[in-house]
Design a protein around this ligand. Sequence first.
Ligand code: GDP
Ligand code: IMO
Ligand code: MG
Length: 426
Amino acid sequence: MPTKVVVGAQWGDEGKGKIIDILASKCDIVVRCQGGNNAGHTVKHKDNTYTLRCIPSGILFENVSCYISSGVVLNPQSVLLEIEELKSKGVNIKNLKIDPRVHVIMPWHIALDEAYEISKGENNIGTTKRGIGPCYEDKMNRCGIRLHELIDKDSFTKKALNVGNFKNKILEKIYNIEPLNINKIVNDYVEYGEKLKPFIEDTCQAIYNAYIENKHILFEGAQGSMLDINYGTYPFVTSSNPISGGICTGAGIAPTAIDKVLGVAKAYTTRVGGGPLPTAMNEDLQNIIIEKGAEFGTNTKRRRRIGWLDAVALRYSKIINGFNTIALNKLDILSGIGSLKICTAYKTKQGNTIKHFPWSLDELAGVTPIYEEFEGFNEDISMCRTVEDLPLNCKKYILGIERLCNIKINMIGTGPKRHENIYRNI
Ligand code: GDP
Ligand code: IMO
Ligand code: MG
């Protein structure tokens, strides 16, 4: 299977970074396709922890090429910092390429993201405040700045002064915020452009060339399907398409060229930021899992909300992504918490039982989950390397997920490191 897509099946932070790192060892190219430095993908190997924000999680392998394709929004300062962080840990970044078409996150995008959020008060989205929404907004409105533009100093300066002064008017007159120093921004960004110039390459063409040479290409999703701008829990979503279809538009690869889609899910559910989480656990249990599973945002350090595994959401995720296998991470974290629950259906406010994921946020916010209960397990499973090693109740829980979601689980995470994984039916 030379081309494989890896997508987050829930609300993000499912452990995509770990899975990409595992699969990358047998790949030629790993491609990030959408989102920006709102992502935080953790890779733990030996004694090192790598937090990837924009750079693909295959970067630890010297022979793997890593591409940031056109659907990504790029914060140049952040990516340059990421490059330095990796270099300081001895990681070779010679195979990193960035598409000239990526849209650049400018300081006014970040300022506006923050200003929008404050103005929304209690109804804020809980964004990462990385300027993601405003950058995609300009892209769609055809007034964004693309990476290649930073290289041409004169025309960039003219455009950036124009756009920047206009954004300053919005910041000052609508949000009552201090204007940004546009001249400084222009100078900084010209410098970033110079530094990023060696990495710029048409990744769409490079991916196609690799594809026809039958190279193994891995497409790395960011965020999660339930945060998809079209199919997620709008407006509590991100501004891109984290579902598998987003890979095609983001990387410039045809749907017919995708061989396999792998969903990544946690053995429970987490969500960071606003919006409904129907299967939220009681506070005490959430605190236990936050502590055991270190459930804090990789980038923003925010506390994640914790819920039971939601089969209604996962079945929906399967529909919108087309995956039939998943990697199930963090099963080890459920050890010792007592009996386990999987949400099989929702009861609506009107008393109807529904098995599908509702399109209406109001309906979703009012549902009561219907659960199937499973006996828990107390054993430490971090040393388990085969399904046979797992305690019986653990196996029953896995089979329960497969039955209720009609999917096959072919990887099971028993710890954060590359080797802490069980392979099944591969
Ligand atoms: P991503 O954004 O989908 O790549 O996920 P994050 O890196 O934001 O969050 C997942 C967290 O879970 C990271 O800290 C990983 O190191 C960790 N992790 C991944 N898989 C496992 C697992 O199977 N067990 C445990 N205990 N931790 C895991
Ligand atoms: P990875 O790739 C989890 C969430 C934010 C917020 C919403 C919109 O690490 O799984 P944005 O800044 O994108 O406009 O915020 O989306 N969000 C994520 N949640 N994991 C992520 O990425 C996320 N990226 C954005 O918390 O609720
Ligand atoms: Mg993350």
